[in-house]
Design a binder for this molecule. Structure first.
Ligand code: GUN
Ligand code: ZN
Length: 417
C-alpha cells in the first residue's frame, strides 16, 4: 500500500523513462511509482513494490517529463506549413503579413487559445515563445498560458527595421512595453511564467535596439532568445548591416546579448571559433531540424555544441517547423545528424526534448527530470504494450511518426485541459 500522507497529493504508476540530470542518458523503471505532493513537486520516484495495489495511472502509457519546446513562434500558428521559399522571402511572403494581424486583440486572443491547445495536445509543458511585436498579443498569450497552467517564457518580438511598418516598434516604446510586461508577468505563479528579451534577429534590429535589449536583460537578469546563423543569405545581409562585426555571433556579443541566459536558435552555419566563443560564454542552443529542412536552411552539426558541453534543447520552430510535436522534432534531429555524417541515439533525443530543453532555457533546477525535488511536469505517451524494453520504447517514442495524441499532459501534477 502506498503511503498517502497529506503532503502526497498524487501517485502515478506506470512505465517511467527518467532522464539523468546532466548527461544525455535516460533510465527506464518498468513499473514505477511517482509520488507528487500537494504543491506539484515530486516527492519520490522508484520501482513499485511487489505487493503494490496502486492501479496503473494510464494503462499502456509511458510517463516521461513534459516536452520542452525550446523555440516556437506563437503568431505563426496559423501559417504552419506555408512553403513560400527560403528564410528571407518566406518571412516577407508568409510571416510578416500574418504577424501584422496580431495588432488586433480578438485575433491574438483566438490564436493564443489555439496555440496553447496545440502545446497541451502534443505533451509540451514548457516553451520558449516568440510573440509578435505587439504588446497586446504578448499580454494575451501570457494570460492564456496562465489560465491553462502551462509553463514558459515569452518575448515581445523586437523589430525596428527590416519589416513592414505595421510590425515595427521603435526602441523607446518597445523597451517601455517590455518593462511593463516584465513587471506584470516575469516570475508569475511561483516562476511558472517568465519574460524573455527577444530581438527577432540582428537584421530586424538597429544597434540602438540591440543595445537597449542587452541592457534590459542585464538590469532584470532576464533570459534572452534570438536567431543565429540560420541561412546563408541572412548571414550575408547581416554582415552588410553590421560591417564592424567579424561574424554574426559578434553582433550579439557586442550588444550584451550573448551570455549564460542566452538561447540561440538554429546555429547552422557556424565556424569552430564561433562555437568556441558560445561555449566560453555559456550560451545555449535551440536545435530546430524540421524547420531547417522545410526552409532548406541546412543541417546543424549537433556534435559541435554537445562535445563542447553547450546546453542544447529541441525546438519545433512553428511555423517554419511543420508540427507542434517534439516527437517529430526528435525524428528530424536524427535525420539531420545522419545528413551530416553522424548519429544521435533515440535516448539522447528524448533527453534533449525534455531535460536538455529545461537546461537550455534556464530551468535546470525545476523541470526535466522525474526525480525528487523537481516539479511534476509529466506527459503520458501511448506506446503499445507489446513494445517492451528501454531501447524499443525509445525507438517508438522517437520514430513512430503515426503516434496518436498524448494521453495526458501534467504541469505540477495537474492534468492540463
Ligand atoms: N529569423 C527571423 N525571424 C524568423 C522566424 O520567424 N522564423 C525563423 N525560422 N527564422 C527567423
Ligand atoms: Zn524561429
Amino acid at each position: 500500500m502506498v503511503d498517502m500522507s497529506e503532503t502526497r497529493a498524487r501517485v502515478l504508476r506506470g512505465r517511467l523513462l527518467c532522464p539523468r540530470p546532466d548527461e544525455p542518458r535516460v533510465d527506464l523503471i518498468a513499473d514505477g511509482l511517482l509520488v507528487i505532493d500537494a504543491a506539484g513537486t515530486i516527492v519520490s520516484v522508484g520501482a513499485a513494490p511487489p505487493d503494490c495495489d496502486e492501479p496503473e495511472s494510464y494503462p499502456g502509457a509511458v510517463l516521461v517529463p513534459g516536452f520542452v519546446d525550446a523555440h516556437v513562434h506563437f503568431p505563426q500558428t496559423r501559417i504552419l506549413g506555408s512553403a513560400s521559399g527560403p528564410l528571407l522571402p518566406w518571412l516577407e511572403r508568409s510571416v510578416f503579413p500574418e504577424e501584422a494581424r496580431f495588432a488586433e486583440a480578438r485575433y491574438a486572443a483566438a490564436v493564443a487559445w489555439e496555440f496553447c491547445e496545440q502545446l497541451v495536445r502534443h505533451g509540451t509543458t514548457c516553451a520558449a515563445i516568440y510573440s509578435s511585436s505587439h504588446a497586446i498579443a504578448a499580454e494575451l498569450l501570457f494570460t492564456e498560458l496562465e489560465r491553462r497552467g502551462l509553463r514558459g517564457m515569452v518575448g515581445l518580438t523586437l523589430m525596428d527595421r527590416g519589416a513592414p511598418p505595421e510590425l515595427l516598434l521603435a526602441a523607446g516604446p518597445a523597451l517601455t512595453a517590455c518593462e511593463a510586461l516584465v513587471e506584470r508577468w516575469h516570475g508569475r505563479d511561483a516562476d511558472r511564467l517568465r519574460f524573455c528579451v527577444t530581438p527577432r534577429f540582428a537584421l530586424s534590429c538597429t544597434p540602438e535596439l540591440l543595445r537597449g535589449a542587452g541592457d534590459l536583460a542585464e538590469r532584470h537578469a532576464l533570459p534572452v532568445q534570438t536567431h543565429l546563423a540560420e541561412n546563408l543569405d541572412e548571414i550575408s545581409a547581416t554582415s552588410r548591416a553590421f560591417p564592424g562585426a567579424k561574424d554574426y555571433l559578434e553582433v550579439y556579443e557586442a550588444h550584451g546579448l550573448c551570455g549564460p541566459r542566452s538561447l540561440f536558435a538554429h546555429c547552422i552555419h557556424m565556424s569552430e571559433g564561433a562555437w568556441d566563443r558560445m561555449a566560453e560564454r555559456g550560451a545555449a542552443v535551440a536545435h530546430c531540424p524540421d524547420s531547417n529542412f522545410f526552409l532548406g536552411s541546412g543541417c546543424m552539426q549537433l556534435a559541435a555544441p554537445t562535445r563542447r558541453g553547450l546546453r542544447v534543447g529541441l525546438g519545433t520552430d512553428v511555423g517554419a517547423g511543420r508540427s507542434f510535436s517534439l516527437r517529430q522534432v526528435m525524428a528530424g534531429a536524427h535525420d539531420a545528424a545522419l545528413a551530416v555524417g553522424t548519429r544521435v541515439t533515440p535516448e539522447a533525443l528524448l533527453w534533449h526534448a525534455t531535460r536538455g530543453g529545461a537546461r537550455a532555457i534556464g530551468l535546470e533546477a525545476t523541470v526535466g527530470c522525474l526525480a525528487a525535488g523537481y516539479e511534476a511536469d509529466v506527459v503520458a505517451l501511448d506506446v503499445p504494450e507489446y513494445v517492451q524494453g528501454e531501447a524499443a520504447l525509445l525507438d517508438a517514442i522517437a520514430f513512430r511518426r503515426d503516434a496518436g495524441p498524448v494521453r495526458a499532459t501534467l504541469v505540477r501534477g495537474r492534468v492540463l485541459r
